[in-house]
Design a protein around this ligand. Structure first.
Ligand SMILES: O=C(O)c1ccccc1NCC(=O)[C@H](O)[C@H](O)COP(=O)(O)O
Length: 221
């Protein structure tokens, strides 16, 4: 694969502390994610996310993440937090995902897929989620929660999507360079790989993660 000229976007997911959000902005991170999925150790109440959202610097996107939440819960978050993007990780269909007047990213479980089915997988995704602004390829298995640090086989990333994709799943400062060079994603997303405990981001890991993505962006291949 030949290298393109764009800058790889970075999203830090599962933010729970205002100081972590501020440091992410200072590091030049493009988006931060607030998790509303039931059972997640990073789960926020809308009021908590709203407080962090109101303190955010301009030109940084807030992404609200759901997994099989009710429409009322999604609406409450949209009203209070004003995210610029929604991200769905459950069995929500396209009609549900696009029903809130906010662009959406669809999280796709990638565990155990067949590398020979990359093109077919892309077609299936485009047919199933025509309204998605982007896909986020994640390391977990179908029905499982994300944010668990599981890497999937990058050779299964669908080809010929014609839409941006975000690579996720077990990315860390020590593997994100290879991940970017191998898959040339529109963006990368990380939760546990920049944490000292679930929801508690580690400043040094955050900084090193961003440096490694930038190093990959400058790499000639
Ligand atoms: O982060 C969570 O707790 C979570 C819970 C339920 C569904 C999805 C969740 N996270 C999705 C993300 O976007 C994570 O950033 C992604 O799974 C990568 O996580 P990690 O492998 O820990 O970097």
């Amino acid at each position: 694969m030949s290298k393109t000229l764009f800058r790889t976007r970075i999203k830090f997911c599962g933010m729970t502390r205002a100081g972590d959000v501020r440091l992410a902005s200072e590091l030049g991170v493009d988006a931060v994610g607030f998790v509303f999925a039931e059972g997640s150790p990073r789960r926020l109440q809308p009021e908590e996310a709203r407080a962090m959202r109101n303190a955010m610097e301009p030109l940084v996107d807030a992404v609200a993440l759901f997994k099989d939440n009710s429409a009322d819960e999604v609406r409450a978050v949209v009203k209070q937090v004003r995210p610029s993007l929604l991200q769905f990780h459950g069995a929500e269909d396209d009609a549900f995902c696009k029903g809130f007047g906010v662009p959406y990213i669809k999280g796709i479980p990638m565990r155990g897929l067949d590398p020979t089915q990359r093109a077919q997988h892309a077609i299936q995704l485009l047919m199933k989620y025509p309204g998605a602004s982007a896909f986020l390829f994640d390391g977990h298995a179908e029905g499982q929660p994300g944010g668990t640090g599981e890497v999937f086989d990058w050779s299964t990333v669908p080809t010929g999507l014609g839409k941006p994709f975000v690579l996720a799943g077990g990315l860390r400062p020590d593997n994100v360079f290879d991940a970017v060079i191998s898959t040339l994603p529109w963006g990368v997303d990380v939760a546990s790989g920049i944490e000292s405990a679930p929801g508690i981001k580690d400043g040094d890991k955050m900084r090193r993660f961003v440096e490694e993505v930038r190093r990959a962006d400058c790499h000639p291949d």
